[in-house]
Each structure stands twice: as C-alpha cells, then as structure tokens.
Design a protein around this ligand. Sequence first.
Ligand code: NAG
Ligand code: NAG
Ligand code: NAG
Ligand code: NAG
Length: 590
Amino acid sequence: MSKLISLLFVVCLVVVPSFAILRDTANWTQVKKAASAEVVDFRIALTQRNVDKLEEALLDVSTPFSKNYGNHWSIDEILDLVAPEPKVARSVMNYLKNNGCFNIVNQRDHIKAAATVEAIEKMFSVKMFTYQSNISGSQIVRSSGFYTIPKELSGKVDLVAGISELPFRKAGPKAHARKATPVDTSVDPGIVIPEVLYNLYNIPVGFNNNAQTSICLAEFADDQSFNKNDLKVFSTKTATELINVDKIVGPYSPQQPDLESTLDVQYGGAVAQNASVWFWTVAGWMYEFSTDLFAANPAPYIVSMSWGWTESQQCESGIGNCNGETSQEYVTRVNTEFMKIGLRGISLLAASGDQGAPGDGNPSCSNNKMPISPIFPGGSPWVTSVGATMLSAPSDADMEGSSSGSTAPICQKQKCATSTSEVVCSYPQALITSGGGFSDYSPMPSYQQTAVNAYLNSGVKLPTGKFNATNRGFPDVSALGHNYWIVASGAGQIVDGTSCSSPVFGGIVALLNSIRLNNGKATLGFLNPFLYAAQAADSTTFTDITSGNNLCTESCCAKFGFQATSGWDAASGLGTPQFKSLANYVESLN
Ligand SMILES: *[C@@H]1O[C@H](CO)[C@@H](O)[C@H](O)[C@H]1NC(C)=O
Ligand SMILES: *[C@@H]1O[C@H](CO)[C@@H](O)[C@H](O)[C@H]1NC(C)=O
Ligand SMILES: *[C@@H]1O[C@H](CO)[C@@H](O)[C@H](O)[C@H]1NC(C)=O
Ligand SMILES: *[C@@H]1O[C@H](CO)[C@@H](O)[C@H](O)[C@H]1NC(C)=O
C-alpha cells in the first residue's frame, strides 16, 4: 500500500475555467491591434421556429413504449421543423456577402462565414485585437468589447460565435502531489481498472458488440491528445482488448497526452469493448460543438463530454455578446441544439461536475452569495448527467488476499478494488465531490417529474431557498469516479473525477446500443426517458446510492448541498448501472 501512497494523485478536472469577467485581464493579454486583412471565422445562429414541437418530437421518439419509440428523424426532417424560412437565411447571407464576407455556408439554422478584420469591425461595431494566452502561448483575434448585432439582422439572429468570446483557458488537470495529505489507507479502496467496473456493474466480457456501435469522447480547450502507445500499455497491464480509436475529428497532437483525453479514451473505450471509438477535439464551446455534431454524417451514436462550467457564467465563458445576451440565452440555444442531436438518435452524456453542489461558482465553499451553482452542460435536461461514486473501504475479508483475484498484471503490483459498496464521491476521501442539484434556467422535464418530486417530498434535508425546485434536477445516474488507474505518457497515474464516470456510463450505453442494433432496432438515442422508465419498471436496473452528499467541493465543505437517499436524489441520481437488468429492459423495448 505504501506504493499507492507515493503515487501522484491527480484530479481530472471537468471544468473549463471561465475567462469570465476577466477577459483581457486574466490569462489573455492583448498584444496588438489585429491587421485589417487578417481573417476571422464566425457563425451566426439564426432564430429557430417550432422549438416546442421539437421537444415533443424528441420525447415521443425517446419514451419507451411510445408508438414512435426509436423513430429518429433525419437531419433534413429536423431542419425542416426548426430552421427559419429560407428567405431569412438568404437575407442574412446577402447581408454578409454585401459586407465582404466569404466562405459563406448556409446550414439552414445557422450561417458559417469568414471575413477580414476590417469587415468584421464595420459589421459588428467592434475593434479587433490579437490576444495571447499566457498559458499556452497561442494567439487569437477577438474584439476588445462585445459585438452588436447589425440592425439589418435584428430579429433574425440569436447570437454570433467567434467574434468576441475568448476561448477557455485550458482546464489542465490539477496535480495534487498527495505528499502533504497522504491518503488515509483505512479508507483506500484500491485502484479501479476496467475489470473492477465489469464486476461491479455486471458487464459481460466479450459482449457481442455490433460492428456499428460507437462512442465518441469530446474534448475542449487545448485538450487534443491521447497517445496510442499508452493504449497498448493500458491494454496489456489491465488485460483488456486494445482500444480502437478509428475516427479523429479536429486537431490531434499525440506528443503530450493530457490526462482528460487519456482517461476518456481508456475508460470509454475499455467499457465499450471493441466499439468504434471517436476522438473529437473542439475549437470553441458548446454552440460550435453541438452544431457541428448535429451536422456530422456519419456521426457517433454516443458522445461523452467530461467538460462543464457554471451555468450562469456561460455567457462569459462561451459567447461574446454579454451586453444583450445572457448566459440563459446561450444555454437555451445550446439546449435546442442538444434536442436536435437527440432526435437524430445520438446519446449525449455530460459529467455532473467535480465541485459538489457549491459548483465551480463557489469553489471556496462560501455560505453566503450564490452558495449553490449548477453546471452546464451537466445540468441540461437534454443530456444524461453522470455523477461520481466511490467505493467504501474494502472489508477485512477483502483485505486478506493479496488482491481481487484478478489476473491483470497491474493488480499483481497494486491493490485493485474489490468493495461493492458505493457512496457519493466526496472530498476529503476523494479529490473531488460529485456535482448535483437543480438548473437555474431549465424547467423540470416530464421524464423525471415523478422521481424528482418524490425526492423533494421525501422529508430529506434540502437547501431550501438556495435552489429552484421546479427546475431540472441532476445528475440522472452515477458511476465510479475515484481511484481510476490510467496510463499517460507511459506511466501509471491515478485520477478522480466525474470525468471518469461519464465515459464509463457512455461505454455501457454502447453495449446496450449493440443489443438494439443486433436486434435490427434503432439506437437508444436521447437516454433519459428510457433511464427513468427502466428504473421505475425494474428497480434492479440501478444500484440505489443512499449514502453521502455533495456539500463539499475539491477543497472544502459548505453548509448547503444535497443528500443521497433512497430513490433518485440530487447527489447520485438514479444510482449506478446494473448491466444485466438494463439489458433485459432494453430487450423488452419496441
Ligand atoms: C492564470 O493561469 C495561472 C496558471 O498559469 C493560474 O494559476 C491563474 O489562476 C490564472 N489566472 C486567472 C485569473 O484565472
Ligand atoms: C498568467 O497571468 C496570470 C494573471 O496575470 C498570472 O497569475 C500567471 O502567473 C500567468 N501565468 C503564466 C504562465 O505566465
Ligand atoms: C474484439 O474483437 C476481437 C477481434 O475481432 C475479438 O477477438 C475479441 O473477442 C473481441 N472482444 C470483445 C470484448 O468483443
Ligand atoms: C425557477 O425557474 C423557472 C424557470 O424554469 C423560473 O420561471 C422561475 O421564476 C424560477 N423561480 C425562482 C423562484 O427563481
């Protein structure tokens, strides 16, 4: 065990720290006026129609035993419903053309274009500068103040991406050299490898994967790198199949693998067994990604996003116009894009955050101003929000053997986990606290009303007055998020985070999709109505997590947060998956 203590423990952040209020002052430095001929790419989100009908259609195809269950729509059918009349797109394109824009692409409900700095400055009433990140050294051209939508476009446009917002700083995994605060060995549950997950969640090894099943790991900021050699070492040391990353979208630089991408690929890939693995790096934030994913053909069936930031700070962190457009508008627009993606039959999963109920908005555990802050996209009603659990300490019986009885080489060297008892993942035993709570913006979706209202009426202690009980509660589900063993740059490392949980749950969904595809049926698509219905129909589909809470963050504990209890709760959702029962339920669906 002393070996374990000496290891470097690392938190896999799910956060994309916001440049927020900071813009030019924090880690971006304005270096010079941009040259007038320099080219800027941007995209204009056109105001959509029929968003209420989109929601109805999504729920119709995603709710088990609905007549239209699994009847996903094509890209064109979805755009026919939501895109504005063609003349709106035409008039916006004409405006752009007349103002010197080029590479204009009509995506029906948004327009992509490029223009010189000179043209941008005129159209959007801004001054463009070159900014340099003092973290990565990369340079980018952005406006010094927020853009104004030209009057010719007013009423037609929700937002413009690529003009004013500075991209996120790299989250950068936070390396906690645990020397100062060694792990308490009495609560050290051992390391988690894929085999531990297979055993705990009843996942058959060698599961008959349909050749079409796929999972995609989406990365943001500068996280562009896992390393294929690491996958080989991981496969050997954990005795799992070599992970097959066969689709890479966006910039990829394998030289310096980062922990987030490495973790996502190793665990999403290992749990999905033999599935086709996509690795997608995104320039920009949720608007850019969701519009590109929606338009992608072919597209992966499952996307896991171990990224997020405070819901009320999306404006600052993701989109330019903080004058007239709020974070709520950004969130609302991206939620519509998520619904479109679900209606295509693609499952989106997001980590529920690593800073408990206080969230990235309150990492230092103040009990005063904004004590609780929900996350986005982890708090979106249109993603499956995945929280983290941790194993309680092994029993004495477990401790007697050298290990788990595993033949995996790594388990001959280190203690692999054997406990089967999960609690909410929380500081200080873990380096993170699983995020959970209620959105400030999105009303409670119908698929969770019974489960969430039962929690609210259960008599459990609630942070009353600090959250909006009529809104979307999260997470939906959980999976282990503590003590994962990964291989990065050839070396074993141990990581914590809801960043572990989201790809693992996504990997399980890839196997469930296999069942659907093997039976000639549609993919599971937007998962939440299915997950809540499965748990209501058969309580063995999830292991109920009834112990723990999310009052802490990554470094302290606060007064306000949510308790785990029986049934759904805002700390662990429905609980952790039991594959065999979920598979049986999937077999029963039309
Ligand atoms: C800027 O980046 C450094 C790391 O290089 C970080 O410690 C610091 O908190 C950042 N500043 C702000 C204001 O976010
Ligand atoms: C980046 O800027 C911040 C804020 O000025 C500073 O604290 C930090 O040390 C800088 N980091 C680097 C790597 O220069
Ligand atoms: C994965 O594919 C390989 C080669 O096709 C096969 O030998 C192996 O059994 C498969 N593994 C699983 C877990 O499906
Ligand atoms: C709760 O959120 C809803 C939006 O879903 C909003 O209409 C309502 O005003 C909020 N309530 C409070 C007390 O903030």
